[in-house]
Design a protein around this ligand. Structure first.
Ligand SMILES: [Zn+2]
Length: 628
């Protein structure tokens, strides 16, 4: 479909209004000037790109009705996501309410304090018209009747990376996207947020912070984010320092206790704990703030890695069902590797702290026996049913393509740096991926629109994604080394990674921790009131050997009561090898176990830099961009 010839008349037009703040309802009106003459089909996505789980957003549509030129029109539900309108020769209008009460980055949330939505929760896809421009009129809540002189929402503003059509920046009004794929990639926040602005390599950036945060150090936040963003822009485009977007928006929701982030092409939605944000007059780098900067860095890195460099199956996304890819270790794992690496390169954390973070990730991966059963390629493929739907057995069955994927990136980076004597690195691989797949992804003539139309313009570049085979070839080509067997072991195998040897070449010591053995049950517990409930039982540990199960509520060890807070204290009176009698409730039946206490057997390492060999230390300093 030629966009230019029909764009002026044939477009998809939505308006969205916070209709009932107390009932958490957005009302959306969708107008289609020339609907499909055979009966227009519309649907809502089953999932949101970046979060690999079927969420069936259409279940939050409360009421939907159709009109043709103002007359009521029959609407038939086809399946859990889709409707077909009866034949309409005129203009088709759909009106529906969306229930918005999910305080996460993945859906929509609305009350008297703010509104937030992702297009995947609110904007029906108009089948056959995905490639047309999509216009959205974002409307404010209506004044409360009888409060004429003071409108409680009069100060609400809008934060989004959607392009303004007839709206001033941060105001209600009309916004536009080139196509449906773009429309659902710009989440929208409305309310009375704090706005922080800075430029990163000439591109305007902002962060909108919703939620009460006393004494927020906005100047520090702006300065630190600028360093992170500039570091990443320069990583991908060292010569031009050109960012892939015209502007960028961090949408941050600060709550008492929360954590999450979701990437988009020119923005990210973040959920954080208030206490992770910096306080005026407290310049120390808290662990919480370091974690928050790591989250910002992670989502920002996705602007390149997964929003433009994409797995082939995401170009375009199929929003009706699972999109299986074995490559999330690259898109999530490499992003997890670079998020903290960028912090040390930007000077926000020091080398010692960074190596400590690597040790924490490594020790976490080594704790779960799932790593010996599932490769990161398998974990990627099964993300939809395993990683995203973890149950009590997850530590024994699932490996994280985030954490182990970040260690894979680390191993490959160290190997290339040592093997090429510092001439090449994983940065070169990322830049090659960027040049070949990412840089022109949206700009490619026709681009994603042609794929939606099921046709590609001859001779024009088109948006394409990365396959498994592309990756292996690219690593050999860019590194100048033969990396296939290492990739097979790291990505498609389940053996632990040979990290100690790789670290050694960069003058980094990975040393086993030799602590006096403490007796352990090898379980994860959960507090339930005063009770201590087993959340997970680790394979091969003392609890597993004795027959305890996740879900068991511990009652007593050698006739002394176990509570949610005293398990470690009770165990500290025993030695490894001692036998204790443990009482526990399974459901409501009291059971008795004889437990032989074992040492905590998960391997633990420290990771520290050394001075020698000097050539290795030089490679390490180049890797972390630290000076003497
Ligand atoms: Zn991610």
């Amino acid at each position: 479909m030629a966009r230019s010839s029909k764009a002026s008349t044939d477009l998809v037009h939505y308006s969205i209004r916070p209709a009932d703040l107390a009932l958490h309802l957005f009302e959306v009106t969708l107008a289609i000037a020339s609907p499909d003459p055979e009966g227009q089909v519309v649907s809502l996505p089953a999932w949101i790109p970046g979060s690999y789980m079927i969420r069936e957003f259409a279940r939050n549509i409360v009421q939907i009705r159709a009109e043709c030129d103002g007359r009521k029109l029959k609407l038939t539900k086809l399946d859990k996501h889709s409707w077909r309108a009866a034949r309409c020769d005129g203009a088709l209008t759909l009106t529906y309410q969306v229930y918005a009460w999910d305080l996460s980055v993945r859906a929509a949330h609305l009350d008297q304090t703010h509104g937030f939505f992702n297009g995947t929760s609110t904007f029906l896809q108009v089948h056959g018209k995905e490639a047309l421009p999509h216009v959205v009129e974002i409307l404010p809540p209506e004044p409360v009747p009888g409060t004429d002189d003071h409108h409680p929402y009069a100060n609400w503003r809008v934060a989004t990376s959607l392009r303004e059509l007839k709206a001033r920046r941060h105001r209600f009004g009309s916004y536009v996207a080139d196509d449906y794929d773009e429309l659902i990639d710009h989440p929208v926040e409305m309310g009375e947020f704090t706005l922080i602005r800075f430029d990163a390599h000439r591109v305007p950036h902002e962060m909108a912070i919703t939620g009460r945060v006393p004494n927020l150090d906005t100047a520090r936040l702006a300065a630190d984010l600028k360093k992170i963003c500039e570091q990443q822009i320069a990583l991908f485009e060292p010569a031009t320092k050109r960012a892939p977007m015209d502007r960028y928006v961090f949408l941050t929701m600060a709550v008492g206790d929360g954590y999450g982030g979701l990437e988009h092409r020119a923005s990210t939605a973040l959920l954080c704990s208030r206490n992770d944000l910096p306080v005026k007059g407290q310049p120390a780098m808290s662990e919480g703030y370091r974690g928050f900067l790591g989250l910002c860095s992670h989502e920002y890195f996705h602007t390149w890695n997964v929003k433009r460099i994409k797995p082939a199956v995401f170009a375009p996304y199929d929003l009706r069902q699972e999109n299986y890819t074995p490559l999330l270790w690259l898109f999530e794992g490499f992003t997890s590797y670079y998020d903290d690496l960028v912090l040390v390169r930007a000077g926000l954390i020091d080398e010692k702290t960074y190596l400590g973070l690597l040790a924490k990730t490594l020790n976490g991966v080594l704790r779960g026996s799932g790593r010996l059963k599932q490769s990161v390629a398998e974990s990627s493929f099964d993300a939809w049913t395993k990683y995203y739907r973890q149950d009590e057995n997850a530590p024994n069955a699932v490996v994280s393509y985030y954490t182990k994927g970040s260690l894979v990136a680390l191993l490959l980076d160290l190997t290339i740096r040592a093997g090429s004597k510092g001439k090449r690195s994983l940065d070169d691989v990322m830049r090659a991926l960027w040049r070949r797949y990412g840089r022109d992804f949206y700009a490619a003539a026709g681009g994603i629109q042609d794929i939606h139309d099921g046709q590609r313009a001859k001779g024009k570049p088109h948006a394409r994604g990365v396959t498994d085979a592309d990756i292996d070839a690219l690593f050999d080509e860019i590194s100048g080394l033969s990396m296939k067997s290492l990739l097979d072991r790291a990505v498609r195998g389940t053996k632990d990674l040979p990290l100690a040897e790789a670290f050694d070449k960069l003058a980094v010591a990975m040393t086993p921790v030799t602590k006096p053995a403490k007796p352990s049950l090898a379980v994860r517990t959960r507090k339930e009131g005063r009770d201590c409930k087993l959340a997970s039982v680790h394979e091969g540990g003392a609890a597993h050997d004795a027959g305890l199960s996740s879900g068991d509520v511990l009652v007593a060890i050698d006739d002394l009561r176990v509570t949610a807070s005293n398990l470690d204290t009770l165990l500290s009176r025993y030695r490894v090898g001692d036998t204790v009698t443990l009482h526990a409730f399974r459901r409501d039946e009291l059971m008795r176990f004889s437990v032989v206490l074992k040492a905590d057997s998960a391997p633990q390492y420290t990771i520290e830099s050394r001075d020698k060999p000097i050539a290795g230390a030089k490679l390490r300093k180049a890797w972390l961009k630290v000076r003497d």
